[in-house]
Design a protein around this ligand. Structure first.
Ligand code: RIB
Ligand code: CA
Length: 319
């Protein structure tokens, strides 16, 4: 399958649980999910910053979007490896760059794994959309192995043909490689949006100006977040015009599959390599005896069209 699949979800509006570690790009994933999906709930995980902060940030976005969705916090550390964050990218708050409103709605629970299991038991065709380390997802699959057959699939942002935390490992996979291995080996339907695609979806100055031109508090907050995120990325990288906005693509690949192409590949996660911990090993071999595919690996995105959807989702919040 090397072209866009017209309808990946079998539903006009995908029904999802978003598991995230806000995080600037996770915030955009929440906005996209609010606009284009049936968002059953938001679960949080330690990742970009510690759990307390990712959870606070998810509540901030929920209030800014005036969402009904519940927020449940989950794992505060990886399954095995030492916890490590990405505050050097997102700032100590996880959402540096904007004057954030103080969230008013309380947290709905601290058992994200139970919420995921219960929600997938109460609804058919749920897509799990993790945009942070896969700790909560792995724990849910371990606690309820039948989830693999109950859910529609897992659309994750992570991995890729190159890394960012190391030369070969992307942060979400690297931060909890054991959890990632459980997810990739689970047999669940997987859609993987990795760095080789997300780096082609950048918040450039011109695209940020489109957001800045919108009315409303959400647009104001996101403009500040995009400026911080883009300035940080451009300062730390050669050859980037802005910040790769990774996470919303894991949502949009379900809601607008026509903007993406994918290829079926066997993907496994290295959990022990000194140099390769957290690498997504994508089998590109052509031998006929290669292992069967386990994942739809996203290979391209229509970046302009996807950005137009992000702008639409932000603008919709003020309607
Ligand atoms: O490597 C990019 C991923 O790590 C994104 O999900 C970002 O939010 C961080 O979690
Ligand atoms: Ca993230």
């Amino acid at each position: 399958m090397s072209s866009a699949t017209p309808d990946r979800t079998g539903r006009s509006t995908p029904r999802i649980v978003l598991d995230c570690d806000p995080g600037h790009d996770d915030a955009v994933a929440i906005v996209a999910a609010a606009r284009f999906t049936e968002l059953l709930g938001i679960t949080t995980v330690a990742g970009n910053v510690p759990l307390e902060r990712t959870t606070y940030n998810a509540r901030v976005l929920r209030d800014l979007l005036d969402l009904d969705a519940e927020v449940h916090s989950g794992a505060d550390r990886p399954l095995v490896v030492e916890a490590a964050d990405a505050s050097y990218v997102h700032g100590e708050s996880g959402l540096d760059g904007a004057d954030l409103p103080v969230p008013t709605r309380p947290l709905d629970g601290t058992d994200a794994v139970g919420f995921i299991i219960d929600t997938c038991g109460a609804h058919d065709d749920v897509w799990l959309v993790p945009t942070g380390p896969l700790t909560n997802i792995a724990l849910a699959l371990r606690a309820a192995p039948d989830l693999v057959d109950r859910i529609a699939g897992i659309s994750l942002m992570g991995g890729g043909r190159f890394g960012n935390r190391t030369p070969v490992a992307e942060f979400n996979i690297w931060a909890d490689p054991d959890a990632a291995a459980i997810v990739f080996d689970s047999g669940a339907r997987l859609v993987m949006t990795g760095l080789d695609v997300t780096h082609r979806f950048q918040a450039t100055p011109a695209r940020i100006d489109e957001v800045a031109a919108l009315d409303g508090r959400l647009a104001e907050v996101l403009t500040g977040l995009f400026h911080f995120f883009a300035d940080n990325y451009v300062a730390r990288h050669d050859g980037l015009d802005g910040a790769p906005v990774h996470d919303p693509l894991a949502v949009l690949v379900l809601t607008h599959p026509e903007l993406f192409t994918t290829v079926p590949r066997h993907v496994a996660v290295e959990t022990h390599g000194t140099l390769t911990r957290g690498m997504t090993v994508i089998d590109e071999r052509r031998q006929r005896d290669r292992p069967a595919p386990t994942c739809e690996v996203v290979t391209s995105v229509d970046a302009d069209a996807a950005w137009a959807l992000v702008v639409d989702a932000i603008a919709a919040s003020t309607r």
